[in-house]
Design a protein around this ligand. Structure first.
Ligand code: G3P
Length: 215
């Protein structure tokens, strides 16, 4: 399973990319606004740091507007893939853009039916938002399970990208279900790397090492 970072925070992307574990980046308008820099500046910086798919979202709601925006964004860098929300207009735009060779990440997916339609329209990725489903009392991971099974049984080539991840168990479950990608916020990636027994173990080794004569 590939690991994407779900943020537009340049400092965080730089730091976690330096660990050698990042395959790509996903952004959305909320994450760009939170990062506090200009849109183009942010995207250009991200493209310099990570050599992998970088999702950038359109903000038009009509198919023609989405297509125009997507073509412009795709020109920024060859690694840019376009995030489009799953709506009838989003599907129309996906169909046209994927035919032009622009990769679409169909976003705001909350059901297997939406994923199926996204795949039909030619999306390269579908992004089920599992945390937001959990937040309203549904089981987000069940949607991932359904999509994984449907895609496998029907030989669908669209990649399953698990988004809206809230904690490390989401990551493990996504990997166990054979998701192609998990996009993970920086705090969750940090939780994945730490374990109290690792810290305790290092402390003990360093303590014991002090008693070893260095000759
Ligand atoms: O890429 C966006 C997606 O992961 C949203 O996450 O935490 O806003 O539900 P969240």
């Amino acid at each position: 399973m590939k690991i994407f970072i779900d943020t537009a925070d340049i400092k965080e992307i730089k730091e976690i990319a330096s660990w050698g574990v990042l395959d790509g980046v996903t952004t959305n308008p909320t994450l760009i606004a939170r990062a506090g820099l200009g849109f183009k500046e942010t995207i250009n910086e991200i493209c310099k740091i990570v050599n992998g798919p970088i999702s950038v979202e359109v903000t038009s709601t009509d198919a023609e507007g989405m297509i125009k925006e997507a073509r412009k964004l795709a020109k920024i860098h060859p690694n840019i893939i376009i995030k489009i929300p799953i709506t009838p207009d989003g599907l129309k735009a996906t169909k046209r853009l994927s035919k032009e060779g622009i990769t679409i990440n169909m976003t705001l997916v909350f059901s297997a039916n939406q994923a199926l339609l996204a795949a039909k329209a030619g999306a390269g990725y579908v992004s089920p938002f599992i945390g937001r489903l959990d937040d309203i009392g549904n089981e987000g991971m069940q949607v991932v399970r359904d999509i994984a099974q449907i895609f496998k049984q029907n030989g669908v080539k669209t990649k399953l990208l698990v988004a809206s991840i809230r904690h490390p168990i989401h990551v493990i479950e996504a990997a166990k279900l054979g998701a192609d990608v998990a996009t993970i916020p920086p705090p969750v990636i940090r939780k994945m790397v730490t374990h109290p027994l690792t810290s305790k173990g290092i402390e003990k080794f360093l303590e014991d090492w002090k008693r070893v004569p260095k000759k």
